[in-house]
Design a protein around this ligand. Sequence first.
Ligand code: COA
Length: 434
Amino acid sequence: MKNWKENYKTKLCSPNEAIKNIKSGNRIVTGHACAEPTILIEELVKNKELFRNIEIIHLFTMGESEYAKEENKEYFRHNALFVSDKTRITANSSYGDFTPSFFFETPKLFQKGGVLQADVALIQVSAPNDEGYCSYSLSCDYTKAATENAKIVIAQINKNMPKTLGNCFLHIDDIDYIVEYDSPLIELKPLKIGEIEKKIGEYCASLINDGDTLQLGIGAIPDAVLSSLTEKKNLGIHSEMISDGVIDLIEAGVINNSMKNLNKGKIIVSFLMGTKKLYDYIDNNPKVELHPIDYVNNPIIAAQNDNLVSINSTIQIDLMGQANSESIGHQQFSGTGGQVDFIRAASLSKGGKSILALHSTTAKGKISKIVFNLDEGATVTTSRNDIEYVVTEYGIAYLKGKTLRERAKCLISIAHPNFREELTRKALEKFGTL
Ligand code: COA
């Protein structure tokens, strides 16, 4: 039997040779977010005339996404399980699709015989270690399951991809075609934290106790929460992803994972989106482990950590506490992602709390995000039965166990003052009294 190094050589090919193994009508699943295999996708689009009706499944797309454009509709059809600004127009058009799913259930869709099993997995991984194992690096999430169950695996091996640790390895023998290409990594720069985010961050921090385990999403609000935690002690992380914002807290000893019941001493995540600062930090770092999303986001597993606090954001909340976190009216804006996975995990966790943190308004203050009714066509991402804490720059509303009337009153009290009168009038029409 050949050793893996000899096998490696026989699998090496150019991007062009690699994509010629794809056939019209195939379903392709691509690596996620910052681990998108940029050179393979570029080559696929460059050679589009060779193909017809290829379905491309992706979650958060950070690359150029040329294949998703209308001019390429006879060659490719984009099927999004989460929408980013690169794919929003397509996912809401006649030439693209959106498939709703809890994030933790996506690996099941890609299993052998699963409804979305891939013909081809196009992925980007780290260079192999001495035993021939490549790390899934920045994206283990659904990518591992999609790759393990795909009929053909084509991997871009990039020496710049950090070697992350955990349950996130793929052996060279399980790759069919290897393209060596050391492209610069896709980065997500931290957003500017303004006064409003700072206020929201402080309210969220007031709900977090020493020893809690945290899940945080991406964006200015999670970053603001992190920057308000400098005085806390013994925090842990069990989160679908992390960004640069956690590094300062780890280095200051605030995040040490010492109180976690599960994976004590380790940060547990499923993908990473940040800058070189994060990528250098997590390279071969045993303090951080990546695991598949059906482990990290599985509510029953995540809930094994006591005092699990989830912090996510939302687009719109009605006065009953139904939160739409993924659409603007009928238009799909993002996706469910891991929001409900972690809200349920926090609810199952002993001492856990779930927080939805949002600006009180959007459109430069012209639209309230706390509304009497969700917009027509809006998705209910988090149900009124699941919701617990809601935080805006005007305070904290606790909704569990509250009547519909009490919920309306609490939510109006944290709405922007410019909208409280109108919300109160509508609530009074419904309830008679508040
Ligand atoms: N009506 C109209 N437009 C709205 C709107 C509303 N109620 N809410 C947001 N928008 C538009 C606006 O253009 C807004 O920009 P502006 O407020 O500066 O004008 C833009 O969307 C971005 O809104 P914002 O709330 O700042 O977005 P965000 O980047 O913080 O993301 C979610 C918020 C809810 C879209 C995002 O957190 C998400 O997709 N959540 C679901 C998935 C999830 O929670 N996963 C788990 C963690 S990764």
